[in-house]
Design a protein around this ligand. Structure first.
Ligand code: GLN
Length: 203
């Protein structure tokens, strides 16, 4: 059984559950989605992969750093202590990974600007070219951020209209779009596949 921890602080969480379940079915892998709301959820469960969804990063920071939850500091520590655990941050999740705003450095070698395409009405769909999946992927961009700079060109895993929209470091991917809102389960399948490898290595 592969356990995927899904950050449930706010935002586009339930579409990730559906996407994970469909991807797991397609590849015949048993998964359990572990819903993460507080640091105790993280401590009490062994997880093989993590998704940080899109939503509103400021709200996620407020809730996730509150005494009530404390999830974000624990999550960042877990990711830093386990550099090979697979992690997918989408949109606001990519913002949290790239700009954790804690006392340590970014988890992705890049910098990012929030709401860089404009307001909600400037949300759009466009084809993403992704070397990770070796295909074009239907990208859904909702008040999306933009990578301002990417330190290592080899870490770029996705582009759209000439802009970088996906960056990887180790097993951690930050995407500025919402893969859970398209019908293509490629990124979720990738995460599950990496989680299988990670779980085998960690046993
Ligand atoms: N604009 C949001 C933020 O700054 C991100 C949007 C999204 O996750 N769809 O957090």
């Amino acid at each position: 059984m592969i356990r995927i921890g899904l950050v449930m602080l706010q935002g586009s969480r339930h579409a990730h559950i559906t996407a994970l379940e469909q991807a797991a079915n397609e590849s015949n892998i048993d998964i359990e989605v572990v819903e993460l709301r507080s640091s105790s959820d993280l401590i009490s469960s062994e997880i093989d992969g993590i998704i940080i969804p899109g939503g509103e990063s400021t709200t996620m920071r407020l809730i996730g750093n509150s005494n009530f939850s404390g999830l974000l500091p624990s999550l960042m520590t877990l990711i830093r202590d386990n550099p090979h655990i697979p992690v997918m941050g989408t949109c606001a999740g990519a913002i949290l990974l790239t700009d954790p705003q804690d006392e340590y450095t970014s988890l992705i070698d890049a910098s990012i600007d929030r709401n860089a395409y404009g307001t909600q009405t400037n949300s759009f769909q466009a084809d993403v070219q992704t070397s990770l999946l070796k295909m074009n992927f239907p990208g859904v961009f909702i008040r999306a951020p933009k990578f301002r700079s990417v330190n290592n060109p080899n870490s770029i895993i996705a582009t759209c209209n000439g802009e970088v929209v996906g960056v990887r470091k180790n097993n951690l991917i930050a995407l500025t779009f919402h893969p859970e809102l398209s019908k293509n389960r490629g990124f979720h399948s990738w995460l599950i596949g990496q989680a299988v490898i990670y779980s085998e290595g960690s046993k």
